[in-house]
Design a protein around this ligand. Sequence first.
Ligand SMILES: NC(=O)c1ccc[n+]([C@@H]2O[C@H](COP(=O)([O-])OP(=O)(O)OC[C@H]3O[C@@H](n4cnc5c(N)ncnc54)[C@H](O)[C@@H]3O)[C@@H](O)[C@H]2O)c1
Length: 228
Amino acid sequence: MTKTVAIIGGGVIGGGWLARFLLNGWNINLFDPDPEAERKVNEVLVNARHALPMLYDVALPAEGALNIFDTLQKAVQNADWIQESVPERLDIKHKVMAEIQTHCRADAIIGSSTSGFKPSELQEKSDNKGQIFVTHPFNPVYLLPLIELVPSPENAPADIERAKDLLTSVGVRMESLVRGLLLNLNTTADDVYRMHSQMEGVKLLGHNHLKSHMRRHTQHPIQAVVPE
Ligand SMILES: NC(=O)c1ccc[n+]([C@@H]2O[C@H](COP(=O)([O-])OP(=O)(O)OC[C@H]3O[C@@H](n4cnc5c(N)ncnc54)[C@H](O)[C@@H]3O)[C@@H](O)[C@H]2O)c1
């Protein structure tokens, strides 16, 4: 059955997550209070529809459906996975996490894109801490096949495995390579080329093509997350 992800915050990173999930066949529920959010995610989608299929030898699945909601409650209530990508302020993250947990399914997984907060910091005001993970991506999220999945001792081993399986199903992997990558404060086209060249079943974009794509679409440096 088609799975549903709620994208909470559709800026640079939320838009990239949205594209990765949508192009891998998931249904999307987007909530972002910015009236420009729909236009912004559609611009990311244009780039992703161009770039992502070129990486694979096989056709991607049919796209899922993109639903845009005017409340967070409606966006999260039937979601299997919730990806939070709101601004990097702990007070905002806590407020949004509390609202997500009030309305989401008890078995949903919540990933935060945070670049700098530990999972325990995100979990500290929650009554259901084990539902919350750090799932730190790299920009552009639809192109870079790597996520840093950071659990805390509150996350059950079975839920960590479930989170890994769901992320793997949208074409990303979580390997020790990430630790090395985080030591670099900038992702370059060379990093992306190296990552893709180590993945099975993934076709390499021409190096020059990739470089020009990265020049156009990567504006933000990566910051390191310290796992628990
Ligand atoms: N930019 C990067 O390179 C990068 C890389 C990895 C991780 N991150 C992390 O991803 C997160 C998002 O960063 P970004 O660069 O996409 O920021 P951004 O400013 O581009 O996007 C944030 C979005 O959140 C929306 N928003 C604000 N309040 C909200 C609310 N209450 N509910 C729903 N949406 C809300 C805003 O309207 C905006 O569209 C941050 O935690 C950041 O540290 C960023």
